[in-house]
Design a protein around this ligand. Structure first.
Ligand code: PML
Ligand code: MG
Ligand code: MG
Ligand code: MG
Length: 273
């Protein structure tokens, strides 16, 4: 039997009473792991770079075995391994002109618009909506891959991807470390991004962290996850996620799948170079 453990933390009261979002995280764990993971999540809420939480909610639910859905992990294709973008010496998110290298946002646009049906117009409109919000959303915005128009009606909350973990976290972290990757941001983002692309109708994602000291983000599409550095200025608390969807997709079904389907992600695999 597995348990879903979820933490959300805010400063200035609960989120629903206007508190400022500090941190959220979750895992699917065994009964034996619950106490240890609860304490790690509380520690995180109290020591976060966004501030010190005065509201922390931990929710624990048992999950029946038959409800669990298994999916593959996306393949990491970052600048060290990704042949089609080669070395990506981005130093900034602001647009550049040749012969300067592309900025992180231009790289993101090139990847998503070359490999999916997301249009440049949609990409730019969606990113400008995301970066002009006064405060980061707690969840993601669903946007039309052809127009960039926001499709979900869920305001500052958006769609919150939940109930997911690596199937074997130790094996996953060992595989990541052996390939030269580390850190809880990447581990959690890879799980989340794998679940997002497994949703019917979602064709791509862009993520900018909302942690002021973490400027690496990613785009994902198909079965690949592309890390991009310098997605925002150091110190900015603004970030968020865009899920690009086909306009004919069922928005309520995507939300329901991403928020409630209990999903275990297989460990990542790396091909030998
Ligand atoms: C977040 O802060 O929730 C987003 C983290 C993005 C991680 C990107 C990476 O390091 O690959
Ligand atoms: Mg971890
Ligand atoms: Mg999909
Ligand atoms: Mg964060």
């Amino acid at each position: 039997m597995l348990y879903s453990i979820r933490m959300r933390a805010a400063e200035g009261g609960p989120h629903e009473q206007g508190g400022h979002h500090i941190s959220g995280a979750e895992r699917l764990v065994t009964k034996e792991e619950l106490e240890q993971i609860s304490s790690e999540l509380v520690h995180r809420a109290l020591t976060h770079s966004k501030g010190c939480a005065d509201f922390i909610r931990i929710t624990i639910d048992a999950i029946p075995d038959e409800a669990i859905h298994r999916i593959p992990c996306l393949t990491i294709a970052d600048e060290q391994t990704d042949g089609h973008i080669g070395e990506v010496p981005t130093t900034n998110h602001e647009a550049t002109t040749p012969p300067l290298p592309l900025s992180s946002h231009q790289q993101a646009e090139a990847l998503l618009t070359t490999h999916t049906a997301i249009t440049p117009v949609a990409f730019r409109r969606a990113v400008s909506q995301l970066v002009s919000l006064p405060e980061s959303m707690r969840g993601a915005m669903l946007v039309d891959m052809r127009t960039g128009q926001r499709l979900d009606p869920w305001g500052q909350r958006g769609v919150r991807v939940s109930r997911m973990s690596f199937a074997d976290e130790t094996a996953a972290i060992t595989a990541l470390n052996a390939a030269g990757y580390s850190g809880v941001h990447l581990e959690e983002a890879l799980v989340l991004a794998s679940k997002v692309l497994s949703a019917p109708g979602v064709v791509g994602e862009l993520c900018i962290s909302d942690d002021p000291d973490y400027t690496t983000g990613y785009v994902s599409y198909g079965s690949t996850y592309h890390r991009l550095h310098h997605m925002k200025p150091v110190g900015s608390p603004l970030g968020g996620r865009l899920f690009f969807v086909d306009a004919t997709a069922d928005i309520a079904a995507i939300k329901n799948y991403l928020e409630t389907t209990v999903t275990l992600v297989n460990p990542p695999t790396f091909s030998l170079q």
